[in-house]
Design a protein. Structure first.
Length: 455
C-alpha cells in the first residue's frame, strides 16, 4: 500500500534550468502538450459519465425500468461523484496529476463495461456508483494543472478553452450512444465508450506531466511575472499542510461557501436539462430518439460557445474578475429556461434555439464558478477548493436525478420547468453579491519571451 501511495505522490522538483531560452522553449512546448492532453482526457471522461443517459430509452424498452428507477441511478452517480470530487480534491493538491487522471479514466471505462454486462437494479447501482467515484479523479488533476501551468491574467481563457472538452465529449456521446443503442442494443452503448476510455487513459500516462517545477522550470507566476493577488504565493505545497489547505483556504473562506451554494442550483439546472431533455422531447413532443439526441447535441454546442465566451470576456473586459460574468450569465439562464418552457409542440427550430441558449448560459457559470473558487482560495488549494464546491454541485446533480424525476412523475413536465425556473432565480441571488469579489488589479505579464495571453 505504501508503494501504491508513493506512486501517486506529487512529482519532486527537478534541477532548475538556468538557460532562459530553454525555459521559454520548454514552457511553450509543455503548456500546449499539457493542455491538449487534459482536453482529450476530460472529453473522454464524459463518454463514460453520460453513456447511460442516452442508452435510457432503449434500456426502458428492453428491461422495463420506470423513470423513477432510472432517476435513482442518476442520483447514485451524482452523490458518489460529488463525494469523490471533494475527497480526491484534497488528495489532488498533493498528488501527481499525471497518474491520478489516467487511473480514474481507465477505471471509469472498466465500470461502464461492467454496467453493460448487468441487468438488475442492484448491480446497475453498484457499478454506476463506482463509475461515479472514479469520475471524481478527473477534475482535481485538471484544476491542479490549470493553476500551475497557466497564470492568473490568462487563466480564464485557458480554463474556458479546456472546459469545452466536456461539451465536445457531451456532444459526441449522445450520437455515439444513440447509434450503438439503436443498431446494436443499449449494452453496446456502454461497452464502446468504456473501451475507448481505457485506451485514452493509458495514453495520458505518456502525455501528461505534473508541475513546471518537476520539469526544472520556474513557477508560472515567476515566469510570467503575474501575481496571484488574493494569496501569499510564497506558501507552497510543501509548507502548507492538508489541514491548512482545507481549513484556512476552504472551510473558513466565505467566498467558497457562497460559490458552492450557487453551484448547487446551477448543477440542478445543468444536469436536469442534460439528463431529461431527450426523454422529454421523445415522450412529450413526439421526437424520435435520434432527433432528441441531436437536440441535446445543441445543448453541448451552446455550452461550448458559452464557456469560451465567459472565460475570454472575463479576462479581457473585466480584468480577470469572474463575478460580473457569473451574474450576467445567471440572468441569461432564467430567460433561456422560460423560452424553452413556452415553445409549443411542433416548433423544432425554436426548441433547438432554446436548448442552445440554455447550454450557452449554463456552461458560463459552470466553468467560471470553478475558476473563481481556485482564485479566491490559494494556488496550492485549487483542487481542494474546486473539489469542495464540486461536492455542492453534484449534490445538486443528485437532486436532478430521483427527486426531479419524482417531480416530473407527480406534476408532469410543467412541474419540471417550474423547478428549473426557481433554481435559476436562486442561483442568481447567490451570484450577484460576488460581483466585486477579487477586484485587486493583476500584474501585467511582462515576460518578453512568453507567448501571448491567448490559447
Amino acid at each position: 500500500m505504501r508503494r501504491l501511495l508513493a506512486f501517486f505522490e506529487a512529482a519532486p522538483p527537478a534541477p532548475p534550468i538556468q538557460d532562459k531560452a530553454q525555459i521559454a522553449s520548454e514552457y511553450k512546448t509543455w503548456r500546449l502538450r499539457i493542455f491538449y492532453s487534459m482536453f482529450l482526457g476530460y472529453a473522454f471522461y464524459y463518454f463514460t459519465r453520460k453513456s447511460f443517459t442516452f442508452a435510457m430509452p432503449a434500456l426502458i424498452e428492453d428491461l422495463g425500468f420506470t423513470i423513477e428507477q432510472l432517476g435513482f441511478l442518476g442520483t447514485v452517480l451524482s452523490l458518489s461523484y460529488g463525494l469523490s470530487k471533494f475527497l480526491s480534491g484534497i488528495l489532488g493538491d498533493r498528488a501527481n496529476a499525471r497518474y491520478f487522471m489516467a487511473l480514474g479514466l481507465v477505471l471509469t471505462g472498466l465500470f461502464n463495461i461492467f454496467f453493460g454486462l448487468s441487468s438488475s437494479l442492484f448491480w446497475f447501482a453498484l457499478f454506476w456508483g463506482l463509475n461515479g467515484w472514479f469520475q471524481g479523479f478527473g477534475w482535481p488533476p485538471c484544476a491542479r494543472l490549470l493553476t500551475h501551468w497557466y497564470s492568473r491574467s490568462e487563466r480564464g481563457s485557458w480554463w474556458a478553452t479546456w472546459n469545452v472538452s466536456h461539451n465536445i465529449g457531451g456532444a459526441l456521446i449522445p450520437i455515439l450512444a444513440a447509434f450503438c443503442a439503436v443498431n446494436y442494443g443499449w449494452r453496446s452503448a456502454m461497452y464502446v465508450p468504456g473501451v475507448l476510455c481505457i485506451i485514452v487513459g493509458v495514453l495520458l500516462v505518456f502525455l501528461l506531466r505534473d508541475t513546471p517545477e518537476s520539469m526544472g522550470l520556474p513557477p508560472i507566476e515567476k515566469y510570467r511575472d503575474d501575481e496571484e493577488p488574493n494569496v501569499d504565493i510564497s506558501a507552497n505545497s510543501k509548507t502548507l499542510s492538508t489541514k491548512q489547505i482545507l481549513v484556512d483556504y476552504v472551510l473558513t473562506n466565505k467566498y467558497i461557501w457562497i460559490l458552492g451554494a450557487a453551484y448547487f442550483f446551477v448543477y440542478i439546472i445543468r444536469t436536469g436539462f442534460n439528463d431529461w431533455t431527450a426523454l422529454f422531447l421523445v415522450k412529450s413532443k413526439g421526437y424520435t430518439q435520434i432527433a432528441a439526441a441531436t437536440c441535446v447535441f445543441l445543448f453541448e454546442v451552446g455550452g461550448f460557445f458559452g464557456s469560451l465566451a465567459a472565460g475570454w470576456i472575463s479576462d479581457r473586459l473585466f480584468q480577470a474578475r469572474r463575478g460580473p460574468i457569473n451574474a450576467l450569465y445567471a440572468m441569461g439562464i432564467l430567460g433561456s429556461v422560460l423560452l424553452f418552457w413556452m415553445v409549443p409542440p411542433g416548433y423544432t427550430f425554436l426548441d433547438s434555439v432554446a436548448i442552445f441558449c440554455i447550454g450557452f448560459t449554463v456552461f458560463g457559470p459552470q466553468m467560471l464558478i470553478g475558476v473563481a473558487a481556485a482564485e479566491l482560495s490559494h494556488k496550492n488549494a485549487a483542487a481542494t477548493s474546486t473539489g469542495f464546491i464540486g461536492w455542492f454541485a453534484y449534490i445538486g446533480a443528485a437532486v436532478a436525478g430521483y427527486p426531479l424525476a419524482a417531480v416530473a412523475q407527480e406534476f408532469g413536465w410543467e412541474g419540471f420547468f417550474i423547478a428549473m425556473a426557481v433554481c435559476s432565480v436562486v442561483s442568481l441571488a447567490f451570484l450577484i453579491p460576488l460581483w466585486s469579489a477579487g477586484t485587486r488589479p493583476i500584474a501585467e505579464a511582462a515576460v518578453t519571451d512568453a507567448e501571448p495571453n491567448v490559447v
